[in-house]
Every structure is written in structure tokens, then in C-alpha cells.
Design a protein around this ligand. Structure first.
Ligand SMILES: NCc1[nH]cc(CCC(=O)O)c1CC(=O)O
Length: 315
């Protein structure tokens, strides 16, 4: 009897759905192999504080990747946007399958678009990036923190606790809840989080046979997009305490990177769009980072650090 390959994942509906998507592709490529799923709870599943209040990276990923390091799982399936760019030395993002839509969407059960929401409506998001972009278009709305799984957030809209929420189209689609989407924001007007819509498969760096196997479902265009976005956040302070939107789109041998950052008082918004070679995505990310820095992104990040520290003292 052949031995199984163990797959580590969080137990949320989205995490399981993503794992099943990755496994369906792997089973097509490797019909003889048996994969077994182990679910692992992470700090992000337990601690319900808004992410921007925690000065900590990888809260949705650490315990799962630890299991891979210890050999309790052979590989892990993650939302790429949830894993920090400085992954542990022993691990590698062995595979990025074909990315789903990176777009953010507006969700409510009344069919109201962003323009149509009543003044003062309560909009749920704990993402600074989403909050500042919502405020840009609708300063009259009441943006309030919300946590919990994707389906929990949708329920809070249906129950009337929130007038609407903003979520990733990819997540809603993967868990079969896309019928609550009212409006899909364009990536230029409402810039997504780096890595949004992409899945990352992480394994031990020395597990060469597995890396080869996972490579069968790699999508090189999705990899290039993510490399550009992550090269950018490496140079400009990323993480949940600075609202940085960044999304790359490949088109043939070209790649376009869109980025957007806001000052903490909302008075300034730097937006950059730049085209590069799809074969050199990190070069493009570096270049766009340089453009943002030149226009004051580092000072903006410092402003956010001060603002968030201030809120934390009040919380
Ligand atoms: N941190 C939560 C998280 N991580 C990944 C997704 C959605 C799926 C994706 O972006 O690939 C979500 C929920 C959301 O932002 O709506």
C-alpha cells in the first residue's frame, strides 16, 4: 500500500474549500497519489481582535507551517495574502496555482451598490486598506470593525447588524456564496491586497520530490503577479497596519502593477500604475516601490504607525 501525503490547512470553510481546489488539481495531475487532510487551528482562528491592532505577522499561518516543519504535514495550503513574505528558511512556496479574481466586492442582501447605501450605513471591515478606500468614495458611511470567517460576516449583514461588508470575490466564490455580491470594485478604483485571490502551497525546502509534484499545478502568470506585488511590499512597509493596495495583472509578456497608499488622515492618496516585463516581475515591484517612496509612502507608513498606536492605547 502506498503511503499518503498529508495536507495541512486551517479548518475554516474557506481554507477547506481552497485545499479541495488544490487537491482536485493535484489528483488530476497525479491520479495514483492519496492525499489526506489535517486541519490545524491558528491564532487567527481564536483571537478575534482586528488585525491592525496586532503587531504580529502570520497569525493565520504559523501553526500550520510549524506542522509542515515538524513533518506532521507534508505541505500546507494557504491564502497567499495571509502569509508573510519572510517565510521560515526551511519552507518554500512550492506552488501557486492559477489565481482567482483579486477584486474586492460589496456584499449585502438588498442589492444596494456603494453609491446607493443610505448615509450613515454601517459598513463592516477591519482592513485599513478597505476602510480608507470606502471612506474616499463614501465619507458619510460608518465604517466599523468586523471579524470572523467569511460566512460569519455575510450573516452579520443578513441579520441587519451591518448594512454591507467588503470581502474578496475569490473567497466568497470558493465557498459558494457569490449570490450575495452586489458590486465588484475595479482593481484601479479599489486596489486589492497584495496576493489577494491567490493560493500558496508551502512545503519543506528540502522535499525535492514533493516540490516537483506540486510544480505540476503551478501557474507561472499567477506566480509573476504575486512576485511583483510582494517585491513591492518588501520595500514599502506591508502588513495590516499600513493600508497598501497592490495588484499586478499579466498580459502576454507584459505585466502591469497598480498600487495605492493613503495617509493616516486620509488627505493624501498616492496611486501608481506601471508596466514591465512579465519575465522580471520583481524588478517592476521594486520600481513601483521606489516611486511610492519618492512620493512619501514611508512618511505615510510612519503616520499610520502613530495613529494605530494611539487607537490601541484607547482600546
Ligand atoms: N484574511 C482573511 C482572508 N484571507 C483570504 C481571504 C479571501 C481569499 C483571497 O483573498 O484569496 C480572506 C477573506 C477576505 O478578505 O474576504
Amino acid at each position: 500500500m502506498k503511503k499518503s501525503i498529508w495536507v495541512g490547512t486551517r479548518g475554516s470553510r474557506l481554507a477547506i474549500a481552497q485545499t479541495e481546489i488544490a487537491l482536485a488539481a493535484l489528483r488530476r495531475a497525479h491520479p495514483g497519489v492519496r492525499f489526506e487532510v489535517v486541519t490545524i487551528s491558528t491564532k487567527g482562528d481564536v483571537d478575534k481582535r482586528p488585525l491592525f491592532t496586532m503587531d504580529e505577522k502570520g497569525i493565520f499561518e504559523k501553526e500550520v507551517n510549524e506542522a509542515v516543519k515538524k513533518g506532521e504535514a507534508d505541505f500546507a495550503v494557504h491564502s497567499l495574502k495571509d502569509i508573510p513574505s519572510d517565510l521560515s528558511e526551511e519552507l518554500v512556496v512550492a506552488c501557486i496555482p492559477k489565481r482567482a479574481s483579486p477584486n474586492d466586492v460589496l456584499v449585502n442582501d438588498k442589492g444596494q451598490k456603494l453609491k446607493e447605501l443610505a448615509p450613515g450605513s454601517v459598513i463592516g471591515t477591519s482592513s485599513l486598506r478597505r476602510a480608507v478606500q470606502l471612506t474616499k468614495y463614501r465619507p458619510d458611511l460608518n465604517v466599523m470593525p468586523i471579524r470572523g470567517n467569511v460566512e460569519t460576516r455575510v450573516k452579520k449583514v443578513i441579520s441587519g447588524e451591518y448594512g454591507a461588508v467588503v470581502l474578496a470575490e475569490a473567497g466568497l466564490t470558493r465557498i459558494g456564496m457569490k449570490d450575495v455580491i452586489v458590486e465588484r470594485f475595479s482593481i484601479r478604483d479599489f486596489v486589492p491586497a497584495p496576493g489577494q485571490g491567490a493560493i500558496a502551497i508551502v512545503c519543506r525546502r528540502d522535499d525535492k520530490a514533493l516540490i516537483r509534484m506540486l510544480g505540476q499545478i503551478e501557474d507561472s502568470r499567477s506566480r509573476a503577479e504575486v512576485l511583483a506585488e510582494r517585491a513591492l511590499i518588501k520595500k514599502v512597509e506591508g502588513g495590516c497596519r499600513f493600508p497598501l493596495g497592490a495588484v499586478a495583472v499579466t498580459n502576454g509578456d507584459k505585466i502591469t502593477l497598480y498600487a495605492s497608499v493613503f495617509s493616516a488622515d486620509g488627505s493624501r492618496n498616492i496611486k501608481v500604475k506601471k508596466v514591465g516585463k512579465a519575465s522580471e516581475p520583481e524588478k517592476l515591484g521594486d520600481k513601483v516601490a521606489g516611486m511610492l517612496v519618492k512620493q512619501g509612502a514611508m512618511e505615510m507608513a510612519e503616520g499610520w504607525r502613530r495613529a494605530v498606536d494611539e487607537w490601541n492605547r484607547k482600546l
